[in-house]
Design a protein around this ligand. Structure first.
Ligand code: ARG
Length: 492
């Protein structure tokens, strides 16, 4: 049976009118078309067309006059906008048709030495890199805000939990920085994904190269790509850049979901007061103030994982080279990245505008004998084996009020000696205080204010390095766009 994909593709040459009549008028027309979804890559396609046409002219594959006419037509198409495009299977075909409508048959030279297969792969990379940079910027700004708030709360003691039970006192700054550290790794994964996204498959044609003397490095340079996806078959087929970008986005969403869950739980316990603009009321219960924004951040993790799942399922088992399944791939990445970019802003906005009631937090920080570990640590520092110290403090913890007297009694019972004989009573008593409990844990990465301030200095440097990477990538894209503009202007 005839395969309309095979024979209907503009890449195969032939009479476009005949082709369109034979293959695009049937009941599957809507089904085949990606034109409306392609709005997202409309600007990308125009840039790719311009770079390709400039390169074709430079290589003397098309004449300068033809290049000028095509480039002028592209400007008019851009001016008219995506909604004004003629019908077509996709934005690539529609823009080509619009150019030919304006220029006549000479406009058809634009599609020399390329295919929609390398074209679309290039467009997706060109667009996605912008989205990734925007997300990186959002995450980097979020990290900066978290660090600013952390700097104000290095002494704000709060309860720390394991298994959702009071575990050891910590500080609001330590909690905030724990998420900033996770977001720094999410940033690194996004930067990593960006590096492999920003490679040009353009010039690979359908998958099998071209006899024309094209200059692939030149189009890559004009479009601001850092290098080539060299193998033409790989370039047309590969969408793993979508997978790793969406995976990085999903990792970020998972980080945010933990942050959101913490704030929901803290709000429930009165440990934090979410600002009104990040809360919702109930339509029936007048007294309610709910942390809905954070619940939606937690819920949007599903958007990201759905995107990753959808993408992997779409790509699984696809043979070389181009298959139309690929038309369904990009949207999963776009949906995930849009959803999580918004989540990042809202999650961090909610956290940095929240109020931390210091007195209530300090009271709560001592609940559930949360200073027990610090007491055991002090006993062990006095020379008692840690396991024995652990048993002593566990025994003291059975008392109704595990105070210094209870610890003294437990020492007597375990060791047959008084507390004063085995340790410095004052140091043990101090360790029962949540604030001192925090202050004494000054190991690197610990919550003691001094340790935390040193941590803040280090991570601010990491943040600055990421800001530089972002600025550098933005600059190189902007510089390429300026070059492309001036090269285009030589012909128009
Ligand atoms: N709209 C297509 C896509 O998004 C473009 C490539 C079409 N190529 C083809 N041989 N039918 O993947």
């Amino acid at each position: 049976m005839t395969d309309p994909e095979e024979h209907g593709d503009a890449d195969d040459g032939g009479d476009s009118v005949v082709r369109r009549e034979r293959f695009s008028g049937g009941p599957a027309r809507e089904f085949l078309s990606s034109l409306s979804a392609d709005e997202r890559i409309f600007a990308a396609d125009l840039a790719v067309d311009r770079a390709h046409v400039v390169m074709l002219a430079e290589q003397e594959i098309i004449g300068p006059d033809t290049a000028g006419e095509i480039l002028r037509a592209l400007a008019a198409v851009e001016q008219a906008g995506h909604e004004d495009l003629p019908e077509g299977e996709d934005v690539h075909e529609a823009i080509e048709t619009a150019v030919i409508d304006r220029v006549g048959p000479e406009g058809g030279r634009m599609h020399t030495a390329r295919s929609r297969n390398d074209e679309v792969a290039t467009c997706i990379r060109y667009r996605l890199r912008e989205d990734v940079l925007e997300l990186i910027e959002t995450v980097v700004e979020a990290r900066e805000q978290l660090l600013d708030v952390a700097a104000e709360h290095t002494e704000t003691v709060m309860p720390g939990y394991t298994h959702l039970q009071p575990a050891q006192p910590t500080t609001v700054a330590h909690w905030l920085c724990s998420y900033e550290s996770a977001l720094a790794r999410d940033t690194a994964r996004l930067i990593d994904a960006y590096e492999r996204t920003n490679q040009s498959p353009l010039g690979g044609a359908a998958f099998a190269g071209t006899p024309f003397d094209i200059d692939r490095e030149r189009t890559a340079e004009l479009l601001g790509f850092d290098g080539l996806v060299e193998n033409a078959m790989d370039g047309a087929s590969a969408r793993d850049f979508l997978v790793e970008t969406t995976a990085a986005v999903t990792g970020l969403a998972t980080t945010l979901s933990g942050l959101a869950e913490d704030v929901v739980t803290f709000a429930n316990r009165g440990h934090v007061e979410v600002a009104d603009e990040y809360a919702s009321t109930s339509s029936i219960m007048p007294q309610k103030k709910n942390p809905d924004t954070l619940e939606l951040v937690r819920g949007r993790t599903g958007d990201a994982t759905a995107g990753l799942n959808g993408l992997l399922t779409t790509l699984k088992g696809l043979p070389r080279a181009y298959n139309r399944d690929l038309q369904r791939a990009g949207r999963h990445a776009y949906d995930a990245i849009d959803s999580v970019t918004a989540s990042t802003e809202v999650a961090v906005g909610a956290v940095v505008t929240a109020e931390w009631p210091a007195d209530d937090l300090a009271d709560a920080a001592g609940e559930g004998f949360s200073t027990a570990t610090g007491v055991a640590d002090r006993l062990a520092q006095a020379g008692i084996p840690f396991r024995t110290a652990h048993e002593i403090v566990a025994r003291a913890g059975e008392a109704a009020d595990p105070d210094i007297e209870a610890i003294g009694a437990a020492v007597e019972a375990e060791l047959g000696e008084s507390l004063e004989e085995v340790a410095d009573r004052e140091a043990i008593e101090a360790a029962l205080d949540p604030e001192e409990s925090v202050r004494m844990r000054d190991s690197r990465g610990g919550p003691a204010p001094a340790a935390l301030r040193a941590h803040l200095d280090r991570v601010r440097e990491d943040l600055r390095a990421d800001q530089e990477v972002l600025a550098d990538r933005r600059e190189s894209i902007a510089a390429a766009a300026t070059t492309l503009d001036s090269e285009v202007n030589r012909y128009v």
